[in-house]
Design a protein. Structure first.
Length: 239
């Protein structure tokens, strides 16, 4: 700094200018730049080469992603795991078994209901035949009333009108009859009605003939549902 202070003003300015400004490149006599021989050449394409490597990596990634699809370019659906497939199959099987079980249960219930109704019609037909053929003159009123209690419809209307003359005739003849069902079966059936065929063997006696030959009757008895019960609605004798 002391040397700078002692130097003349013009030399100080030149020194300061040389210090502040960067070294200028050497030029030839015609003004062109001269590159030093020991300097390494600068490759302008090196940064671009790095960008090119990045693009190639992205292309490789996209190519790997494209390999997931099929050969014709259609994406392949992901496979269902064995555990999930087994769970689905098991659920379907449970639903199917439950449906079949419910259907079989309903069919069993229907069959049971139909069988119970058929037995009801048959029992009422058998009992109706016994009520018609089993009457004792000593308690004729009760026997005839029991028959009316098991009747409905046309048969009830007709028999109730002849009830009193019928009872008086039995008492006067001192008649007694005992019926025995030998065979019975449902001939036809609907949801609320059935035709029951009944074969009855009847043993009778009265004041003038204590022992009479056994008689065989065959009857077609119509049984109808009346509320929660079933009753006789018609009686016809079959040859």
């Amino acid at each position: 700094m002391a040397a700078d202070a002692d130097a003349p003003d013009g030399e100080l300015s030149k020194t300061a200018a040389n210090t502040a400004s960067p070294a200028s490149p050497d030029r030839s006599d015609d003004g062109s730049l001269v590159v030093p021989e020991d300097s390494e050449p600068t490759t302008v394409g090196q940064p671009l080469a790095a960008d090119g490597d990045s693009d190639e990596a992205e292309d490789d990634t996209e190519a790997e992603g494209a390999d997931v699809g099929s050969e014709d370019g259609t994406p392949v659906k992901p496979r269902i795991s064995h555990m999930r497939l087994a769970a689905i199959v098991g659920s379907v099987a449970v639903v199917a078994v439950a449906s079949i079980g419910g259907w079989l249960g309903f069919r069993t219930y229907q069959s049971h209901q139909a069988q119970a109704q058929r037995q009801l019609f048959l029992q009422v037909g058998r009992q109706g035949a016994l009520n018609l053929t089993t009457i004792d003159w000593q308690h004729a009123d009760g026997d005839v009333q029991r028959l009316l209690d098991s009747a409905t419809g046309k048969f009830y209307d007709q028999f109730s009108q002849r009830k009193q003359p019928f009872v008086e005739m039995i008492k006067k003849a001192q008649s007694k009859s005992v019926g025995t069902v030998t065979e019975a079966g449902v001939e036809s059936e609907s949801s609320d009605k059935a035709q029951v065929l009944v074969a009855v063997s009847i043993k009778t006696s009265n004041l003038g003939a204590a022992d009479q030959p056994t008689r065989e009757w065959r009857m077609r008895i119509t049984v109808e549902k009346s509320g929660a019960e079933a009753k006789i609605s018609d009686v016809a004798f079959v040859p």
